[in-house]
Design a protein around this ligand. Structure first.
Ligand code: AMP
Ligand code: MG
Length: 481
């Protein structure tokens, strides 16, 4: 390749440069005896990352050295946690190292989670533990594999540094990659602390780098908000149609670009339980599975309030009023696809509702029956009748669906491409964590690969297909990660 066609890749630091006074410069705190636990080679290739996971990179991703061109900072933000405004938030244990510029000139935040204390750590130790870092790695790659917008994870570094949680655990650092780490809470902070100039700068930053289509419009702040409403509605529809529960939908965990962000006590549903709560500290069920669309709307209202001083309020209200429309349209499209139905009609909507109600009443697994329907010819579906206590109800449903599927070509292809084989299950994740805590990372690598290609059937991934045995009781998951 001629020299002038070789793109130089490097770090940029736009956030540091363009948003002065909104962060603290912090040097990562080295973590004892770092070791590689996982390296995400497919992502490294996507990013055009040139370095193999060698000792220099290991040092940089464990606080022992810095990559040339990076300028680590802790960002300041605020947010509503469980409905209450908290002005004291910010990166308490993660640092934005810099923005990696890939071969196409795209910028990617490199964020090191678990990098030590910052001015925003409050009572925390600034660390992350291996258990929750594995959970974040698995989840972000699983959601990406399913086509759901999400932050990614390039690397996971383990350590024998003890970190106290509900028990003593091993520390770890996760190198998180995202187009941005700007949250709803960033806007809330500048608005509610009266820093209008900084709010305007943040808006300008987002318009230039993240929402260029909104920039040259009569009311760019309102245009940006409208785009955020749409993206968020689509994101939540995707979560709901795949049975994903985030668990801590505080506004500081809501990405401005509609990525799934900040994985904590999340879970994918096993059985379809609409009121399922994955976070055991969420005793009121504020963030239960079936509340996620309402909570997303509530969070968008907080963002609208933060923008109210710099955007037309009528326009903000109009955008909010379209949330349900965006959400419903995308949810029906996605659920329709899972049933093999393209172009969802009014009648198809009742077919989808029938399935959701049937699956709920029968407490069947959220994923497996749909995959089985996808894999089998419609003429063989009768073999599934015995899986339901109300056999005739299921028979009526499958007959209606089979009739509907006859009206379109390639419905099986659509259903197969919309129903994953490998799902991130809490019990499998726990088995992986248990093995890694004993120093065996092989299960993690296998599960990660399966989740990155969730529609692919491979004999060696067979074990990851199994739902939990009826006797399985998940460890309660909490925010203390
Ligand atoms: P999270 O529950 O991870 O979304 O975090 C909520 C807030 O607490 C954020 O401001 C985090 O930076 C902060 N935080 C969480 N865990 C720690 C920790 N171990 N040390 C310091 N700050 C933390
Ligand atoms: Mg958070």
């Amino acid at each position: 390749m001629p020299d002038d066609l070789v793109t130089t890749v490097q770090f940029d630091n736009r956030y540091q440069r363009e948003l002065p006074g909104t962060y603290a410069r912090v040097t990562p705190t080295p973590m004892k005896n770092p070791r590689w636990v996982a390296w995400n080679e497919p992502l490294a290739r996507e990013l055009n990352w040139p370095n193999p996971p060698d000792d220099d990179v290991l040092a940089a991703f464990s606080g022992h050295g810095q990559l040339e061109g990076t300028d680590p900072i802790a960002q300041k933000y605020a947010g509503h946690q469980f409905g209450t405004f908290n002005p004291d938030l910010g990166d308490g244990r993660g640092l934005l190292l810099g923005e990696w510029v890939d071969g196409q000139g795209q910028h990617w935040d490199f964020h090191l989670k678990g990098a030590g204390k910052t001015p925003f750590s409050r009572f925390g130790d600034g660390r992350a533990v291996l258990r929750s870092s594995i959970r974040e790695l698995l989840a972000s790659e699983a959601l990406h594999g399913l086509g759901i917008p999400t932050t990614r994870a390039l690397a996971l570094v383990g350590s024998d540094e003890p970190v106290m949680r509900e028990r003593l655990e091993n520390g770890a650092m996760l190198l998180r990659v995202a187009k941005t780490h700007i949250r709803f809470g960033h806007f809330e902070w500048f608005a509610f602390s009266g820093q209008t100039d900084k709010l305007e700068q943040l808006l300008a930053f987002c318009l230039t780098h993240l929402f260029p289509d909104c920039k040259n419009t009569p009311d760019p702040a309102a245009a940006l908000f409208d785009a955020v409403v749409t993206r968020t509605a689509h994101l939540i529809a995707h979560w709901m149609s795949t049975g994903f529960c985030h668990g801590v939908m505080n506004t500081d965990n809501m990405s401005i670009i509609g990525d799934t962000f900040d994985y904590g006590p999340y879970a994918f549903l096993d059985a379809l339980q609409p009121g399922f709560i994955c976070n055991h500290t969420d005793t009121g069920g504020r963030y239960a599975y079936n509340r996620q669309p309402d909570i997303a709307f509530w969070n968008l209202q907080c963002l609208a309030q933060a923008l109210a001083g710099i955007a037309d309020q009528g326009a903000l209200r109009d955008s909010l009023s379209r949330f349900a429309e965006h959400y419903n349209a995308r949810f029906l499209e996605l659920m329709g696809a899972r049933l093999g139905v393209l172009n969802v009609s009014e009648e198809d909507q009742s077919l989808i509702r029938d399935w959701m109600q049937l699956a709920t009443d029968e407490a069947v697994d959220f994923h497996r029956p749909l995959r089985e329907l996808a894999e089998m010819e419609t003429s063989d579906w009768a073999r599934l009748d015995d899986d339901y206590s109300d056999r005739s109800r299921f028979r009526r449903f499958r007959q209606a669906l089979a009739e509907r599927r006859e009206q379109e070509p390639d419905t099986q292809t659509l259903a197969l491409a919309s129903n994953p084989v490998s799902i991130l299950r809490t019990h499998h994740a726990q088995a992986v964590i248990d093995a890694c805590e004993q120093g065996d990372d092989s299960l993690l690598h296998s599960y990660l690969a399966a989740l990155q290609s969730p529609f692919e059937v491979r004999p060696e991934w067979q074990r990851w297909r199994a739902p939990p045995p009826a006797s399985y009781h998940a460890h309660p998951l909490s925010c203390s990660s």
